[in-house]
Design a protein around this ligand. Structure first.
Ligand code: HEM
Length: 160
């Protein structure tokens, strides 16, 4: 990974591509930005403080990072021994014993596109993040060790 520059540049490029490929999203974002700029404390100019009133922009960034993560995987070494359960492609649940010291690779890309976790997994759908912004923490799903920011209703389904 080219530290912060390559990751930021490629994410911006993907956001542009995804917005141009989804004109409805681009239009909604443009409306939000135009409205925020006119009601900003410095009219016509958006400041860092205005980010709080730009939920759709935040949703677009999150959705871009989900679909096109600049870092597609991370490597880690287990510092504890764990027994984990997971379903294979055949749908059968298996138990995995992972001893301390084992090197593991976590595929960010696969997790973020898994249709068992995400509704409409392969679609650019920023609205999913607006719904997940609900304050009810219990409504949010936890998948493995990653708090998924996906409502429970999305887990275990592949509906689209
Ligand atoms: C879209 C933009 C970015 C993405 C997707 C991204 C992604 C990541 C990921 C996945 C890691 C963890 C790597 C690992 O532990 O194996 C990481 C680490 C790091 N990133 Fe970024 N990054 C981004 C932007 C930046 C920027 C702008 C900076 C600095 C200005 C930065 C500085 C760092 C540093 C210092 C670490 C190491 C942190 C540590 O291990 O203590 N990143 N980044």
């Amino acid at each position: 990974m080219g530290a912060g520059s390559e990751t930021s540049a490629s994410t911006m490029a993907w956001a542009t591509h995804l917005l141009l490929s989804n004109p409805d999203c681009l239009s909604r974002l443009r409306s939000e930005l135009t409205q925020a700029a006119s009601s900003s404390s410095q009219p016509g100019c958006l400041t860092h403080m205005d980010l709080k009133s730009l939920p759709y922009l935040n949703a677009v960034i999150k959705e871009t990072l989900r679909l096109r993560p600049a870092a597609t995987r991370v490597m880690r070494e287990m510092d504890i021994t764990v027994t984990a359960h997971a379903f294979g492609p055949d749908g059968v649940e298996r138990q995995y014993h992972i001893p301390e010291g084992t090197g593991v690779e976590i595929s960010i890309y696969s997790l973020q596109r898994n249709p068992q976790i995400w509704l409409r997994a392969s679609e650019f759908w920023p609205e999913r993040w607006l719904e997940a912004d609900a304050e009810d923490e219990e409504d949010w799903g936890v998948v493995g060790v990653i708090k998924s920011h996906v409502r429970n209703k999305g887990v275990g389904t592949s509906q689209g």
